[in-house]
Design a protein around this ligand. Structure first.
Ligand SMILES: C[S@@+](CC[C@H](N)C(=O)[O-])C[C@H]1O[C@@H](n2cnc3c(N)ncnc32)[C@H](O)[C@@H]1O
Length: 239
């Protein structure tokens, strides 16, 4: 008997064209689909031929895993669709651990993270000669995290992207130890038709985002790369 398999697929940041070819093939041919309903574009769910479609919002690992295990053991194509790329704030390891414990093999198809939909929206690069050679990806403390590292990390002076923090924007910027005139942006719903980009600096970005009505599903981007044109040095790559 073949080993049962569950596919974890990155759905991309929102635009339904931004799923990989492989991910799309698996989605279309799925028998069972479990998707992250709050962030996955409904067009992708509609595109799937799956007979069973379950929104994972509000489901526990204990509820999700048996559905996946039973279907995989019956030889069905099971797709677990995560927003963006599953490796960023996707809580996949706890699902993988339980699936593997029950003898199910997990295969992962990466996706385009909102991290990159945001840099595309800003027409910038996170690593830019003369501005920043490193990228910090982090999140603020909240319901599921007791303490964060934002204050200490902001001292590094590199590009910084903060997930899961739109509703805590003022508290986040208050923690930052970089100069108040450091460029900053908030990108809401990157790659969706209602995408919003707000640009400013650490000192005013929280108020600007509030004025723009942004309070969820956004990334906060901090550093000179938000305003690259006046700062960059030409790379040697195309010189
Ligand atoms: C649970 S995390 C999932 C991230 C996802 N794995 C990824 O790679 O984009 C959810 C957070 O990602 C960010 N996010 C997800 N999609 C977004 C988008 N299209 N535009 C801006 N931020 C997004 C928001 O900060 C949101 O609170």
């Amino acid at each position: 008997m073949e080993t049962p398999v569950v596919w974890f697929v990155g759905a991309g940041p929102g635009d339904p064209e931004l799923i990989t070819l492989k991910g799309n093939q698996l989605l279309v041919g799925a028998d069972v689909l479990i998707y992250a309903g709050s962030l996955v574009n409904p067009a992708l769910v509609e595109r799937s031929g799956a007979k069973v479609k379950l929104d994972s919002w509000g489901m526990s690992v204990e509820e999700m895993v048996p559905v996946m295990v039973d279907a995989a053991r019956e030889g069905k194509q099971v797709v677990r669709l995560h927003s963006g790329d599953p490796a960023l704030y996707g809580s996949i390891v706890e699902q993988i651990a339980e699936l593997e414990r029950q003898g199910v093999e997990v295969r992962i198809v990466p996706g385009v993270s909102s991290l990159f939909a945001a840099s595309a929206a800003l027409k910038t690069q996170y690593t830019l000669k003369g501005v920043s050679e490193s990228l910090i990806i982090t999140r603020p403390a909240g319901e599921t995290l007791d303490e964060d590292d934002i204050a200490r990390l902001s001292e590094a002076g590199t590009s910084m992207v903060i997930f899961l923090g739109t509703d805590k924007l003022s508290a986040i910027v208050d923690k930052l130890r970089c100069p108040r005139d450091t460029p900053a942006a908030v990108i809401y719903h990157a790659s969706w038709p209602d995408q919003k980009i707000v640009r400013g600096c650490v000192g005013d970005i929280a108020q600007k985002a509030k004025d723009a009505g942004i309070h969820k599903t956004a990334l906060i981007i901090i550093g000179g790369i938000v305003d690259p044109m006046t700062r960059y040095h030409r790379s040697v790559l195309y010189s």
